[in-house]
Design a protein around this ligand. Structure first.
Ligand code: AMP
Ligand code: MN
Ligand code: MN
Ligand code: MN
Length: 277
């Protein structure tokens, strides 16, 4: 029997809306056999996810999605099979947590300046003990009726051209890869189709990523359609990078994004899981 893999998703430990237990249970209900929980810049949800995965007889891969910089642009590097107790990884993630607080306070200040009241308190309340992300601010904008869609929250407020945009001063991509490798993991470029790169630039990113020790690229993900997958797979296979597949699921009810759903790889890919025993 072929297994169903989903190697990218989020829980309430970052900007998802399901707890690790709910997330794993939902994935199991949808026939996922192998799930990687990859919260933004944290491994805090893995222990809870593992308990539920065990009772549902599902394989849980220890993952993380690290915010990083390449060519002055934010990109995301997924780490798979990481040791969540590794001190090098944990100290890298601690650095990001500090930067997230700095950035979030500035975003809140800008939003409050534009008339969104009580922004910082609401964001902290929403995030609980976990890191504040832009998704939390987007939900505040939505719930206060300031915007009528998440898309508009990012377009007009939180995205690069938005009025409350604050750049994150993340570590360089090479450092993120180093932390993942130190923790015994495999580094994967998340959703390359989202970075708006030309083919030449994407090839440069993949080349520098491989030189840094990265091994795979997300080919199948919810935000990449079939033609994009084929194009990205061609660059990846030219550079002998493995292929990964993950939904980037955050919350139920978003059209077209579901755990384990629509994650077919083009025929010529070498899936990253073929390297797993
Ligand atoms: P941050 O890591 O705090 O910069 O937040 C990035 C997160 O915002 C991403 O992981 C997505 O979950 C979310 N995001 C970015 N752009 C959009 C968008 N246009 N619509 C909905 N969510 C978005
Ligand atoms: Mn997210
Ligand atoms: Mn991402
Ligand atoms: Mn993600």
């Amino acid at each position: 029997m072929t297994k169903r893999y989903d190697l990218h998703c989020h829980s309430t430990c970052s900007d998802g809306t399901l707890t690790p237990t709910e997330l794993v249970s939902r994935a199991a209900d949808r026939g996922v056999n192998v799930l990687a929980l990859t919260d933004h810049d944290t491994v805090a949800g893995l222990a809870e996810a593992r308990t539920e995965a065990h009772s549902r007889q599902m394989d849980l891969i220890n993952g993380v999605e690290i915010s990083a910089l390449w060519n002055k642009q934010t990109i995301h590097i997924v780490g798979l099979q990481v040791d969540p107790d590794n001190p090098v990884l944990l100290s890298g993630l601690d650095r990001i947590a500090v930067e997230r607080i700095r950035r979030a306070k500035k975003i809140a200040e800008r939003m409050e300046h534009c008339g969104v009241e009580d922004c910082w308190r609401l964001a902290v309340e929403m995030a609980g003990t976990e890191a504040v992300t832009r998704t939390h601010f987007a939900r505040i904008l939505l719930e206060s009726g300031t915007v009528n869609s998440m898309d508009k929250a990012f377009r007009h407020w939180l995205g690069r051209k938005g009025k409350a945009y604050v750049a994150g001063h993340w570590a360089p991509m090479e450092d993120a890869v180093k932390w993942i490798r130190a923790a015994g993991g495999q580094a994967v470029i998340a959703h390359p189709g989202r970075y708006k790169l030309s083919r030449t630039k994407m090839k440069r990113l993949f080349t520098e990523f491989k030189q840094a020790g990265g091994v795979a690229v997300e080919i199948a993900c919810s935000s990449q359609h079939d033609q994009q997958r084929t194009n990205i797979a061609a660059i990846a296979s030219e550079l002998e990078l493995l292929a990964s597949a993950g939904s980037d699921f955050h919350t139920p009810g978003i059209y077209g994004i579901e755990l384990g759903f629509n994650l077919n790889l083009p025929y010529n890919c070498d899936p990253i899981w073929t390297t797993w025993s």
